[in-house]
Design a protein around this ligand. Sequence first.
Ligand SMILES: [Zn+2]
Ligand SMILES: [Zn+2]
Length: 239
Amino acid sequence: MVPDLRPILDLVWPRSCFACGAALDNRHGFLHICPDCLGRIDLILPPFCKRCGCPHFEENFRPVGCGACAGRSFAFRSCRSLFELRDRGRQLVHAIKFHEGHHLLPDIGRMGEELCPELAGKILVPVPLHWRRHWARGFNQSDRICRALASRLRCRVIPLLRRIRHTGTQVGLGFRRRRANVEGAFAIRPRLAKKISSRGEELVLVDDVFTTGATLNACADALCRGGFANVRALTLARA
Ligand SMILES: [Zn+2]
Ligand SMILES: [Zn+2]
């Protein structure tokens, strides 16, 4: 049995909460989120929309879709998000996306394992950045989220998509303009597609935030055009 070195590590290198700075001990399961701040992350638990993952959802009224996704078609079968993009959840996404919040990834993996155990063993596909943005940022946050989930859920991460067109920011755009902005921006990598034994295998697209689903939709569309039609999506947060 591997000895638990965490108590010794904590003495040498004390841990603190990423959001409020409170000191953390070993009894709390999360490494860099204190219990108070964890309580301020609005986790999305059932019932949520089975199609778009919207948490503000009355199951009894709409068996398929919800007020947020009614009338919108998606190339993915369903999407789910771990938490809402506000309060500490927003800070968590920002830390991972803009501030090299690398140390937070084990906590993300743990959250994913607790909320989405059904992802175990699946193939995860990160939403790619255009190489210019990747180069400027130094990393792709979606790829990091994939690897955090994969380490807890024994998933394979296959960066099956590439961004073939640089797209401007989606911030401030409405649903239609977001869709137009990313349409045709992605393509599959045929060489990596060969690593997947069956085209019917379920693929899980992974991104940081679901806002209107336009980016995930364009990615799922590229996967469908490449012959992978069994696609669902997962994001850390839901705007
Ligand atoms: Zn805290
Ligand atoms: Zn919905």
